[in-house]
Design a protein. Structure first.
Length: 209
């Protein structure tokens, strides 16, 4: 009887390491699942960031680069925020200076023919057709306008003098974009592929285990 109790006691004590081992295995599996979840979450965030970058690429910033002017010592600076998807000038900042006098435009009223030129020299330029009212006004307080049009000399070809603008003087220049090229965006997407592949391999191994 005593020997039977000892045998039963021994079997019970011998079974305990199995429970501890099972608990350890369960904890390791939970840890593995957490790591997999974190990796998948990281991949999701990376993909979301990539999509956000692609969406932002629809909004392009342009800077004005003056080429020629009909008045000596006449200079101009400007910038535009342009929505490619809706073909809309969201904001415009443009000013002309002659000595101590600076004139600044208030807005841009487009015609139906404002276009984005294909890549050329410079790359990715915007070509406006329309008019802007001037903040300084004209003689006697009458409205004063700045007009935009393609340069008649090669105006449909991307180049340093593709844009013509005129009021009391005539300027030519180009709206130059600093937007990343599509190849740069694709390169960024390709960088995500190895990470995605490693995450999938990890998930498959976890399921197989």
């Amino acid at each position: 009887m005593a020997s039977q109790e000892l045998a039963d006691s021994g079997s019970r004590w011998g079974a305990e390491p199995d429970f501890r081992e099972a608990g350890k295995t369960k904890r390791l599996k939970k840890k593995s699942m957490k790591l997999r979840t974190i990796k998948c979450l990281g991949l999701g965030l990376a993909v979301a960031a990539g999509l956000a970058t692609a969406a932002k690429a629809q909004i392009i910033d342009y800077s004005w680069v003056q080429d020629t002017t009909s008045l000596q010592n006449y200079s101009s600076v400007g910038s535009i925020v342009y929505d490619v998807a809706t073909h809309t000038v969201l904001t415009i900042s443009f000013s002309e200076s002659l000595g101590a006098v600076t004139e600044t435009v208030l807005n841009f009223v487009p015609s139906a023919t404002t276009v984005v030129l294909p890549p050329g020299v410079p790359n990715g330029d915007l070509q406006l057709t329309g008019q802007s009212s001037n903040a300084t006004g004209g003689a006697g307080g009458s409205p004063f306008y700045l007009y935009w049009a393609p340069n008649p000399v090669g105006g449909t070809v991307s180049g340093p003098s593709e844009q013509l603008t005129f009021d009391n003087t005539t300027l030519t220049g180009a709206w130059v974009s600093a937007v990343p090229e599509p190849t740069t965006m694709m390169a960024g997407v390709l960088l995500l592929l190895p990470f995605a592949a490693s995450t999938l391999r990890f998930a498959r191994k976890s399921r197989a285990a």
